[in-house]
Design a protein around this ligand. Structure first.
Ligand SMILES: [Zn+2]
Length: 376
């Protein structure tokens, strides 16, 4: 294993944070997977999964069972977990800019297209290897003037030439679910089976460029751009399968769950041929993918105490009572119904909320929303 430290831009003289990446297995095979934990720094389950992965990857490396490089970023956000406000962690938004740590990843398409265009005009073929090289170079050329931009650039540089990117997150309270690109479903289905995912939310543009989309969608978007520039069809494969794995809720942190999740991730890499010992058979699929645009939030119409009437993972019909918001001052208890037919997959972890809070999410089959599809 090789340990690499990536220095971030110091926000002030005398301060310096760094990103740590652990590199297992052989390099130079053209095969690479990246697993990163807790880009939203206060989403802790991924940190424990990374702890288990570290041991498993060391074992696999010792047994020469890795067929490509596996990069583990055991803590993807050194800025976030050092942010505290009145004793509470703030790991989702950078306090300086207010920006979400999992948004605004760079669009490498223009720069990579600039790098590839002359060769393609001269008759070269856009191979996966040459495109990856262009993406790496485009990433190195990204401007970064502050600590957050340098973190985003360092994370993207680690993952941009990988064929698998697994970004480990968690929700407030939730069943295990995945976010990925619609066109990647066939590649993600084995992961959904292995992890027992209860919901898979798909979109090709969910808005504000989260990390997984920046890594995977750059391939079809680059093909589109090159086709436009060269005025002939340029096809590229989906050479990066990237997925956001929501490891249930923020308090679902225990060794049994984390060890099983780590094993499922390893099995997925094995299924793809990156690790020896592929499972002979995959578990049954627990859900079909549904559009992210069909995931409907339930919003509190007034402040109050939350009393959930249904359990996470329940399949609901539209109009079925889901949650009650109780105002202790006026005695009003508003019952809110499921906004769609679908799986009740995530909910607020606090039990007293202000008006306007998104308190529950139900994954329906019909795409009814548009614009920015992710929550803030
Ligand atoms: Zn997250």
């Amino acid at each position: 294993m090789i340990e690499r430290r990536h220095a971030l831009i110091p926000p002030a003289p005398g301060t310096q944070r760094e990103l740590l990446s652990l590199h297992y297995g052989p390099t130079g095979t053209g095969r690479k997977a990246v697993i990163q934990a807790s880009l939203h720094a206060d989403e802790v389950p991924g940190l424990l999964v990374a702890h288990h992965l570290r041991r498993r990857l060391a074992e696999l490396e010792a047994h020469e069972a890795l067929r490509g490089e596996v990069v583990l970023v055991p803590f993807a956000n050194p800025i976030g977990l050092s942010q505290r406000v009145l004793q509470a962690f703030e790991g989702r938004f950078e306090l300086t800019s207010g920006e979400n740590f999992n948004r605004h990843y760079a669009d490498l398409v223009p720069r990579a297209a600039d790098l590839l265009e002359p060769g393609l005009r001269a008759g070269a073929v856009a191979s996966v290897a040459t495109v990856r090289e262009a993406l790496r170079d485009a990433c190195v050329a990204l401007p970064a003037t502050n600590e957050l931009e340098s973190l985003r650039r360092a994370l993207l540089a680690l993952a941009i030439d990988a064929e698998v990117v697994l970004d480990l997150h968690s929700d407030n309270e939730a069943v295990l679910h995945l976010y990925t690109a619609t066109q990647l479903w066939a590649d993600i289905e084995p992961l959904a089976r292995l992890m027992g995912s209860r919901t898979v939310l798909v979109a090709d543009r969910s808005g504000d460029d989260p990390f997984d989309e920046a890594c995977s969608m750059v391939w079809p978007r680059l093909a589109e751009e090159l086709t436009k520039r060269l005025n002939r069809p340029i096809t590229l494969p989906h050479a990066c399968v990237a997925v956001t794995v929501e490891l249930r809720g923020e308090h679902d942190v225990d060794h049994a769950l984390a060890a099983a999740d780590a094993e499922a991730l390893i099995q997925y890499l094995a299924w793809r041929g990156l690790v020896d010992g592929a499972p002979a058979q995959l578990p049954a699929l627990a859900c079909e993918p549904t559009p992210l645009a069909g995931s409907i939030p339930v919003v509190a119409p007034h402040g109050g105490v939350l009393v959930f009437l249904r359990e996470l993972g329940d399949t609901l019909r539209r109009g079925e009572p889901l949650v009650e918001v109780v105002n202790p001052l006026d005695g009003v208890a508003t019952v809110l119904a499921s906004p769609t037919d679908g799986v009740f997959y995530a909910r607020e972890s606090r039990r007293f909320v202000p008006a306007g809070t998104r308190i529950a999410k139900v994954a329906g089959r019909e795409a009814v929303r548009s614009g920015k599809l992710l929550s803030d």
